[in-house]
Ligand binder design. Sequence first.
Ligand code: NAG
Ligand code: NAG
Ligand code: NAG
Length: 749
Amino acid sequence: MLSLVTLALSANHEDLSSQFGPAQPQRTWEESYALAKTLIGKLNSIEKIRLTTGVGFGLGKCAGNIGKIDKVDFPGMCLQDGPVGVRKTQNATVYPAGVTTAATFDRELMYMRSRAMGLEYRTKGINVALAPAIGALGRSPNAGRNWEGFGPDPYLCGIGGAESVRGLQDEGVIATAKHWVANEQERYRLVIENIIGFNSGPILYSISSNVPPRALRELYEWPFIDIIEAGAASVMCAYQRVNGTYSCESEEIIKGHLKSDKNGNLGFKGFVVTDWFAASLASKASTAGTDVVMPGDIGLMGAAAGTQAASDGALTGEKGATRLDEAALRVVAAWYKTGQDKGFPSLDLERDATTEFHAQIAQRINTDGTVLLKNTNKALPLTKKIKKIGVFGSDAGPIPKGPNSCGEFHTCRDGTLAVGWGSGGGTFEYLIDPLQAIEERAAAEGATVESVLNDFDYKKIREVAADKDVCLAFIQSRSGEGLAAVDGNVGDRNNLTAWHGGDALIATLTPICDNIVVVAHTVGPIVVEPWIEHPNVKAVLFPHLPGQESGSSLVQTLWGDVNPSGKLPYTLGKKQDDYCCKLISDWAGFAPEQDFTEGTNIDYRWFAAKGITPRFEFGFGLSYTTFAYDASTLSISTPKVLPDVGLEDVLFSVEIEIENTGDVEGKEAAQLYITYPSEAKDSGRWLRGFDKVKLAPGEKKKAIFEVRKRDVSYWKEGSGWAQVTGKDYEIQVGASERDVKAKGSVRFA
Ligand SMILES: *[C@@H]1O[C@H](CO)[C@@H](O)[C@H](O)[C@H]1NC(C)=O
Ligand SMILES: *[C@@H]1O[C@H](CO)[C@@H](O)[C@H](O)[C@H]1NC(C)=O
Ligand SMILES: *[C@@H]1O[C@H](CO)[C@@H](O)[C@H](O)[C@H]1NC(C)=O
């Protein structure tokens, strides 16, 4: 076992990115379709069905399989979870989750995480990664799977998704962006889960997300535009219904919005795969434009789903045959596009795909994605004066029976929180817990550590805290997929407060220890009001969900080897009621529905529209150094002429000079927000650019934002993406959504 705690960890981006080999060659969609046409031309209907319906569910270790067809040398495909790394197999790295990665506001790290992950899928011979997650977007902070994606801002989520697709596919692995679309809560997502008994009342239909057109296009579908631009070869349709029709069975949503290339629709060329058991009827899904039904041929869902579809004519009638051809064509085209016809490794899930280099990437994402929310009198980084360290809370310690002891879906309740539960949960080769790493590091620093992992042993906590130079308090908040309940939370979080008595733990420390550092491992926002302003709570760190390199990364931040530069990828409100959107958890009827009445006003736009002051706004994060933005250097280039520019092309750019005014090196994630003219948008600022600059003390550098035509567009029902001419778009550049440093404006002729 590697002693990764002491691994040398100052690897910078250049050192890391230089370790990748050349990207695997990709084909264009045109070339891929031409090759796929020839292959499909040699197949009969049964063989085509074999390509479009899963086979062998539960027989191997792959989450799903597409059948092999020997006569055309098509070897079949293995599909495997999930967004934090190759699941259900050891010898794979568990990377930081999407929420931590989003907090880096760093495109290069977003890419490197998935490139390294892609290499692991490839090494094991897995063809299709069921990643990235770009929905749930995070309409409600309580939704169970928000942490798998990149936060509730569609722009940030879109960039995170696109970089992930590039990373995976540059290793020749098919990326599956999920979940299409508006999959914004866990409870009531799937009828059979209700039968198994997690939900409150019996339901006959999955929940329906009733989304107004603009919110659907500008929020929930927006990140999918980015992943399609990045070449994504597969998209997974979701469990729940959209406006009353199952996502995987909605012609409007699949054939229309996703696949059509007209009227502002997305023009997706790869294949659409159902989430597992998401199609109520394979024939309906096929007719709507879904290409692959998963998991396919098992008894439970009404015999062989493909055969069923064939027998009721949806796939074999005259129209059906065309649909089946198209579906098979898309699957094979995706395979050609990613170059899997040449030299793709054979399937072997046990093959060792880990490297020290991948662990270093995971650490770098953690250190650059950790958000410093408070740091009074430079309590952090810890100095040589700190000799006696107290560590408190079960979240600091190991998972009691080992990191993989909570089952296949990682439904853990106890021990440190490194990843959420469900199919996105990961399988650990090892998990470096905070206490282990702190003990090792403290020894090297000549300090001693005493710990109390029992959150409720207040007597012991008081005793141990009494003589400490610093008290590190670990708290957490978990969530996961709706396939399991943990501590009564059916995927979604019942509340936004710390688990395991976290607030009481801190309240026990505050009268005794005057140098408390709170570390929160959390899936998203938690309420910090009970203690955030207490003068003895000197510093607060949010590493969110750091994966296997939790402790090894944290010690680098605590002792200042690396300066934290993460920013919140969501708004941290003062209380649950500050947030716009309540989940539905006590539906009385058979067909639950959720009206997205807030439209596009989720997260920071909701807070702004309602005049609610958050505790920490979207994009907020401190550093061990300080930065100054020079407003006089703000420059906005003359925009190109609108009709000359494609929706995805750069229309104009914005620059501003930033200086490191402190005494250590640091990175600043500068952000650009645009307020549309009132003709286009009701209210609010929209994140439309970010740039992370690395600065030595005293150094000045420009942050540069390239604004695409889509970034100034809005959805106009009936005519697609539109822009406003002859009126000011307001440009704001700043350190967060509320910390505006410079303002300007731009208009289009
Ligand atoms: C979907 O439902 C929302 C909310 O009820 C409504 O505003 C919208 O027009 C509906 N869209 C369609 C296509 O029916
Ligand atoms: C990990 O990889 C090694 C080397 O390939 C192999 O011997 C071992 O069986 C693998 N372990 C697991 C649990 O897959
Ligand atoms: C919030 O949920 C957690 C986990 O179920 C629980 O431990 C905690 O007591 C709850 N908090 C409140 C205030 O009910």
